[in-house]
Design a protein around this ligand. Structure first.
Ligand SMILES: Cc1ncc(COP(=O)(O)O)c(C=O)c1O
Length: 411
């Protein structure tokens, strides 16, 4: 990446996301190799990165889509993804719900209200998927836990009776059981999750698909650990095989990683715009990007690797710096205490000159899609794809001022 950085910055300007096709393909192949004796579907949780070039690349490799809003489903279809490759797992029922279902999008009911709304549609299949909150959850950061009593995602596991009443009233049967609780790197945790999840298949005897969601952690910095997909999938597969022996039912497995498929496939390229010092211990490198491109450090205390590229190729001495963004917010910072919101921490980096470049890694997922775009009226950054042959192309232009203002009207 480093060797492309200066050329890409000269050609397209900064700030800019750079995605790496080879890394995307490698992550996809690792997920597609997940052990599943009775069939596997991998869905990309497109909330992580909805750029159409990325969706199309994954689609060309046989990966389907987890859409978390009606808009994401539409966006995927506009990118050429067939509707029947899209599973809708939403918090907000889309206004064009009926249209999406007519097109062939599948629906995963995340609450009793959603199940009722699906039941009431004029036209729909007689099968549905349900997301269950199994009563347990785990997340990399406290704000990422999406299971257990403190998380309102999915139908609470003790509400099986209400689910069955709704199924009966609307003549529906469950085809897919879905759980996504945000998991760990440890195969033992996944074994536990898979066991809990498969236990619901005993209740829903017509279900043929188990979707375990995403949550396969990736390490962005050396101190973190990446989930071992091969070890996890072996454990999960054993559980599916045991279930098949006991019940004769061969359950098709689905997983829907977002981070695993994208996080380490992207870099954020920025320019150093200022160097500020207060006390002896407080030196700041200020970049022309910030929470407008990458909000994870401010939001979760997430760690991202940072590299300085000296344009003059000269070596400079390492010092302790805070690396901060261009917004008028104290929390607009890239170097924070691990897993703690709002607490700055220094990083040892070579002293840059103003005009040098900084590359922040681990930004392929939940960065361009999640940032506070247009805060302080900074335009949405551009995106570039570096292909396997080393060539690169713009896959999203930088937003113009006209585009930023296009929906404002004067009374
Ligand atoms: C339903 C569902 N599936 C999959 C994912 C992807 O999770 P991750 O990016 O941690 O793999 C999410 C993330 O929020 C989700 O809500």
């Amino acid at each position: 990446m480093k060797n492309h950085a200066i050329n890409i910055a000269d050609q397209f300007g900064t700030p800019l996301y750079i995605y790496n096709e080879a890394a995307l393909r490698q992550a996809a192949n690792e997920c597609l190799a997940f052990n599943a004796d009775f069939g596997l579907t991998v869905r990309f949780a497109m909330k992580a990165n909805p750029n159409r070039s990325i969706l199309q690349l994954f689609h060309s490799m046989g990966i389907q889509i987890d859409a978390s809003s009606g808009y994401e489903a539409e966006r995927a279809m506009l990118a050429g993804i067939p509707a029947e490759n899209i599973l809708l797992t939403v918090q907000e029922i889309p206004e064009n719900f009926q249209e999406l279902i007519n097109a062939g999008v599948e629906f995963n009911a995340c609450s009793l209200h959603q199940l009722e709304a699906y039941g009431q549609l004029e036209r729909r299949p007689n099968t549905v998927s349900i997301r269950i909150n199994p009563g347990k959850g785990s997340g990399q950061f406290p704000g990422m836990n999406v299971g257990g009593p403190g998380a309102g995602f999915g139908i609470w596991h003790e509400q099986i009776k209400q689910i069955q009443e709704l199924l009966k009233r609307h003549n529906l049967s469950i085809q897919r059981v879905h759980t996504h609780i945000g998991c760990g790197t440890d195969p033992e945790i996944w074994t536990e999750v898979a066991k809990i999840s498969i236990s619901f298949m005993h209740t829903f005897t017509k279900a043929t698909i188990l979707n375990l969601g995403g949550g396969f952690k990736v390490s962005r910095v050396p101190e973190e650990k990446t989930a071992d997909l091969a070890a996890i999938s072996t454990k999960v597969n054993e559980i599916l095989k045991k279930f098949a022996e006991e019940t004769g039912r061969k359950i098709h497995l689905e997983i829907e990683p977002g981070s695993y498929l994208s996080a380490n496939t992207g870099h954020l390229l920025s320019s150093v715009i200022d160097l500020v010092q207060t006390t002896e211990e407080h030196k700041f490198i200020k970049l022309n990007s910030g929470m407008t491109e990458l909000i994870r450090p401010a939001m979760y205390g997430a760690q991202h690797p940072i590299e300085i590229i000296r344009k003059d190729q000269q070596e400079s001495q390492e010092e302790n710096f805070y690396v901060v963004g261009h917004c008028c917010e104290t929390s607009d910072t890239f170097t924070v205490k691990k897993d703690v919101r709002g607490q700055l921490e220094t990083r040892r980096l070579p002293r840059p000159e103003i005009g040098d470049l900084a590359i922040i890694g681990g930004v392929g997922g939940y960065c361009s899609s999640m940032a506070t775009i247009n805060y302080n009226s900074f335009p949405q950054a551009a995106e570039v794809m570096v292909h396997e042959d080393g060539t690169y192309k713009l896959i999203r232009r930088r937003q113009s001022m006209d585009q930023m203002l296009q929906n404002e009207v004067s009374p």
